[in-house]
Design a protein. Structure first.
Length: 173
């Protein structure tokens, strides 16, 4: 009798936990992966990956894509050719995230460098201020404000659905 009750209790607890986690995962409002849009790009001062020059947010253009990447990130490698393609039409600034400098420069030398500027964020300071939880994450910045944020690979489908409509709206205004 006691064993039967204990088994039933364990099954009920297990199912309750599964239902709770399913609810939490599906609740988009509970996600911390999205930052508030139309917020200013955080103030920062980072060195470039190649030139050792210090760059602040004030040195950046009015309209650009900010891509957080790392050499250890497999998804970054997958999205890299697409970033090279879009860099022909809009400036793409890379933020190398929690990476060894030699690994990052070797990675760019092998694959090519789609970035107008590559910032080195070894300690993840800018990434933390942006709310980044991993690489890759990509932001569209216009006049110092973040207007699009995407977690994960940017490909043609994501670019068309999330970024291009905002870019076209800005260009037509």
């Amino acid at each position: 009798m006691f064993e039967s009750t204990l088994r039933s209790l364990i099954v009920i607890i297990f199912l309750s936990v599964v239902i709770l986690f399913t609810f939490l995962i599906r609740d988009e409002n509970n996600s911390q992966l999205q930052i508030d849009l139309n917020t200013p790009l955080p103030e920062f001062s980072l060195r470039t990956l190649h030139l050792e020059k210090r760059i602040t947010n004030e040195d950046l253009e009015d309209f650009f894509v900010l891509n957080v990447w790392a050499s250890w990130c497999i998804t970054c490698r997958v999205e890299h050719p697409f970033l090279e393609e879009i860099s022909k039409t809009i400036p793409v600034i890379g933020v190398n995230y929690k990476d060894e400098k030699s690994d990052a420069t070797d990675w760019l030398n092998k694959l090519g460098d789609p970035y107008v500027l590559s910032l080195y964020d070894y300690y993840g300071e800018l990434a933390l201020d942006l709310g980044v939880t991993g690489a890759p994450e990509t932001f569209l910045v216009h006049k110092g404000k973040i207007i699009v944020h995407h977690v994960g690979e940017v490909n043609q489908k994501v670019w068309s659905s999330k970024f291009l409509s905002k870019i076209n709206k800005i260009n037509n205004d």
